[in-house]
Structure formats: structure tokens, C-alpha cells
Design a protein around this ligand. Sequence first.
Ligand code: HEM
Length: 537
Amino acid sequence: NQKKLNNLDAKEKQLESFTIDHTGKRMTTNQGLRVSNDDDSLRAGRRGPTIMEDFHFREKMTHFDHERIPERVVHARGSGAHGYFQVYEPMHELTEAGFLQDPSKKTPVFVRFSTVLGSKGSPDTARDVRGFATKFYTEEGIFDLVGNNIPIFFIQDAMKFPDVIHAGKPEPNREIPQAATAHDTFWDFVVNNTETAHMVLWVLSDRGIPRSFRMMEGFGVHTFRFVNKQGKARFVKFHWKPILGVHSLVWEEAQQLAGKDPDYHRRDLWNAIDAEHFPEYELGVQILEEEDEFAFDFDILDPTKFWPEEDIPVRKIGKLTLDRNVDNFFAETEQVAFHVANVVPGIDFTNDPLLQGRLFSYLDTQLIRLGGPNFHEIPINRSVSAVVNNQRDGYHRMTINRGVTSYSVNSLQNNDPKPSSEKEGGYVHYAEKVDGRKIRERSPSFNDHYSQATFFWNSMSEVEKQHIINAFHFEVGNVENKQIRQRVVEVFNNVDSELATLIAAGIGVDPPMAPGGTGVKASSPAVSQMTTKKSPK
Ligand code: HEM
């Protein structure tokens, strides 16, 4: 066993130290007392009442009664796996992040894939966005890349997140329907918040029903920053590109699977890893120089926009391999806690107003979901680098901190933890210059809700277009309120008038009133060939 331990990477070793092998062991209570009978409660006489004294019964039942924790408020349905990441070449020109320097080094990772709106027991193949969250256990601390399988998002400002989720979850009175996008509240939100139009098209495309987690792209969505050792920063977008390519189900398959095998994606992931067909994804980055921040006719801080890959190519910089299934779903997949704010030196944020709100939300929700401030001590969430600070106590504290002081600076104890300078690996935020009036107002540079939606629509093949129309017919066709159905047609008329006319034909409403199609028409057939760069002045 010692030999096996030596061969495990740092995270596996750490997890191994928390696992228990029950084989051949005698049963005990939680206090370590050997149990003589686990089948019968303690009774006053063979046919008499159970008595209070039965500590074994009470402990067993109480633990069972408390087995569940709240499901995630979004992304409740998920599946996880362990693996490792290796960079292809040193990235020091772009970022000082330690795990992106040495091609021979394997950084342990844990990935959780998810749907967004369904509850924990909902079917895998529902039409929805998919989460693709990766935890890198680096030597400099944890880096979480909490992404989705679609490169953009529904909304521009975190303030709207509770609204878009309330609109997409089952209706509050009757808790139906479960189908994420097939009901009045979702489409009511869409027609009243047209910034959603671009994302809605992606979700109604084949991207909304992936064939397998192994055949799905991932995107960090927001614009982040890479910062190198010299302090030079550049904008970066993160991508995951599956080695198996991107493949989708067709809607009829997705519907049948939801009934016949609601665990379809979970089973596929598990079986592939079990059979050693390890899922692989390349990490890609799009890099933009700071001086090009305003070179495009969209705002790079607007999360409803992607960066056209023709203008800013995706550079593949490393590979993720998922090679190990979990030992225990609850301990690992359910208790894992990702947070966009978990970064390492060399990776920083931007002022994307959706990202800024996420930086608050994840820790906040995990404080209640995982029962207090010590969930970083749960084995799956533990950093492999040492955690040293003056934070103390709280529910479920595992660490036993020694010594008389828990404050800094102190003169009583000479081993109190000291901060590190930037040179010594201390995280220093990028010193972006910020200057402005305190206002509650959307930037006018976020006003264009349709141009990229039109590009996306025009990049689809005829078959892909037909799938989108069919999806509109199914999803919007289920909307009971005719006015909302009509307004869907008017909103998507801004994307493309033919699209709007085709939608109208299948949902019992009139074709669009005006000619429409105010979105810019793209001549090129593929998203990757789209150009929206401003022409040089
Ligand atoms: C999960 C909030 C936007 C990807 C969650 C959770 C919350 C949340 C509260 C549950 C976390 C937990 O219980 O551990 C928000 C807010 C957003 C936002 C407030 C916008 C303001 C996004 C975006 C993406 C994303 C744009 C993709 C880039 C994910 C993923 C998970 C998640 C993948 C599941 C993580 C897991 O598997 O545990 N989000 N989210 N979210 N979010 Fe977001």
C-alpha cells in the first residue's frame, strides 16, 4: 500500500488519507463502541415499546435524518471526475501562473459537469446550458475555472441573475413545468430582456443537447486577465476543446433518453473512464492586448458577446485528462465547491459586471449549502498547498491550531503567519486604474443585443437552422400566453426576419409586423470565420 501511495499525486494522496476501507472490520457506533445487533431496536419486552435509552437506534436514525444537504441553487444536477492537467510549453510570457510553466508537471484537477436549471434528480438530456467547472489543485493554491458549454451568457449584469433563474426554474405556484425553457415565465423574461436573444439562440441550437460530456466545449465566458512576472497584463478568454470533437443529440433522442435513461450523460462519463477511454480536452486561450480593448464593435466586458475566433485565434496551451471516477458521489461531486474568485498569481479579473457579481455569489451560497465557513477543509476542497492564517473556529472545524495567538501582528509568538511579498508568491491584484462616478446604469456599449445573434444564425447550416426552428416550435409552442408567443416573434425579428417568420408559422401567431432583421448580416458561413473587427481608421 505504501508503494501505491508513493505513486499517487499530491491530491490523490490527500484524498486517500480521508478514505476508509470497511472490509473485514467490526461495526461500531460513531463513538467507536462495538455494536452487538444492528437489526432490532431496544424494546421493553418482545412486543413492547422501543425505549428512549436506545442510543444506538437514536444515533443511527438521527444521522439518517440529517443525511441531505441543500442542492445547489443552480447546477444541482452534476457528475464529477478526477484527472490532471499538463501545459504544452512554458507560458511565462503571458502569465506567471506556476501550473502553466512546466510541461513535465501534472496538476491534479477535479471536474464537475452539470445542467443548470433541473433539480438534483432531473434527466441529463434536458435542453439546457451545461456547466463545465474545473478545480486545479496547484502548488500556489486552488484555481477554479467555472465555465459553461456556451461561450456567452443570458444577461449582462449580475443584478439580473436571480431574475433569469427564477424565470427559468419551475413556476413558483405549482412547481411545473420542469422543462427549463418551455414555459411562460422563461419566455416572458426573454421578451422583456432582449440581451438574452443571443444566448437563447445558442441554447435552442444543438449545443443545448450535447451527446456526451466528453464531446462538449467549455468556456470561461468572461474576459479575464493574464499577468506576467513583469506585471504586463493582457485580456484572456478561456476555452476547453474536446479531443473527440463537439457532438449533439437530436431532440427525439434527447426526449426518449430522458425517460429511458435519465442518467445517460453520467453513465457515459463513468463508463468511459472505467473502460480507460479517458476524456480529454485542450485548454485554449484567446489573448487580446490591453491597447486593443476598444478595437471591436462590441464591448469586451459584455458577457453576451464572444470574441470571433478569426480575429483572435484560440491558442491551445495544454491538455486536461479525466482518468479517475470518484469513490463517493456525496463526498466528492456533491461537496465540491467551485468559486470564480479562486485564482492564482498570474490570473486576474476584469470589470465585466456579471463576473463581478459572481465573485460575491459562490462563497455566499456555499456558506449555507456546506454548513458554515470551514468547507475548504472538506477533503475534495482542500488545497494541496498549506493553508496558514489566523481564521479560527466555526461549525465543523477540523484543523487544530496550536499556540496562544490568532491575530497578526503579534509579539507573543514568533511563528505567527506572515504575508508574502509579490516576489515571494503573494497574490497582488492587478493595479488597474479605475475612475468614475458612482452610478447605477448600463454602459451604452452594451446596447447591441442582436448583431452577434444574427452572426450565429447565419453561421448555421440548413440542418442546424431547422433544428433551431423546431426547438422554437416546441419550447415557445408550450407557452400558454399568446401575447408572449407573439412578442417572441417580434424580438427574433430583430435577429433575422426569415427566422421570425419561420418561428411564427409553428406557434399559432402572426408573422412579424415590420421587415425586421436589424442585426448585422454576416456573409461568412462559420462562427469561427466571423469578423466584427472595426475597420482601421
Ligand atoms: C454554480 C451563481 C453565472 C457557471 C453556481 C452557483 C451559484 C451561481 C450560486 C451554485 C454554487 C454552489 O452551490 O456551489 C451565479 C451567478 C452568476 C452566474 C450569480 C451571474 C451573475 C455563471 C456563468 C457561468 C456559471 C456566466 C459560466 C461561465 C457555473 C457552474 C456552476 C455554477 C459551472 C456549477 C459548479 C459546480 O459544478 O459545482 N452559480 N452563476 N455561472 N455556475 Fe454560476
